[in-house]
Design a protein around this ligand. Structure first.
Ligand code: RB5
Length: 163
């Protein structure tokens, strides 16, 4: 069981209501919650704005883990994984929610608020937060490969000529 953590959370309109419930649950569990919006329900807001904030908080070390909600979890996940150092996944089953941390060092959980109910979401959040990276050699090796891929593309992306 992990101790108290700093957890960044965010959601667009699709995940807004569930975000409030999850933030409440995490605070009740003794965690420090950094709520990065949306701060009001706006049916026209856009998930990239919040997913970037949550992912950045994790990448910059302001939060140890992140939770991002949208309608399906897909948009949130796609955006979050663009920030180097972030390993985000949609987990709507508890095995993935802890195994993703234990093996893959997942540090950002994405949830689809239109797909799962609140009780399952609470369970997934707790399983994710309480899981630890195993540190086993084979998982470290895979993580290093992932980091090497990230580095490779950081180096090779160049500005288009004459653009
Ligand atoms: C918003 O309507 C919806 O498209 C968004 O929350 C999310 O599901 C995207 O993946």
């Amino acid at each position: 069981m992990m101790g108290s953590m700093h957890i960044a959370i965010g959601a667009d309109h699709g995940g807004f209501a569930l975000k409030g419930q999850i933030a409440h649950l995490l605070r009740e569990d003794g965690h420090e919650v950094l709520d990065l919006g949306a701060s009001v329900f706006d049916p026209d807001d856009d998930y990239p704005d919040f997913a970037q904030q949550v992912a950045q908080a994790v990448a910059f070390g302001q939060a140890e883990r992140g939770i991002m909600l949208c309608g399906s979890g897909v948009g949130a996940c796609v955006v979050a994984n663009r920030i180097p150092g972030v390993r985000a996944a949609i987990c709507h089953d508890s095995y993935s929610a802890h195994q993703g941390v234990e093996h893959d060092r997942m540090n950002l959980l994405c949830l689809g608020a239109r797909i799962i109910g609140s009780e399952l979401a609470f369970e997934l959040v707790r399983v994710f937060i309480n899981a630890c990276f195993s540190g086993e050699e084979r998982h470290r090796r895979r993580l290093q490969k992932l980091q090497a891929i990230e580095q490779q593309y950081r180096r090779t992306i160049v500005k288009p000529q004459g653009g």
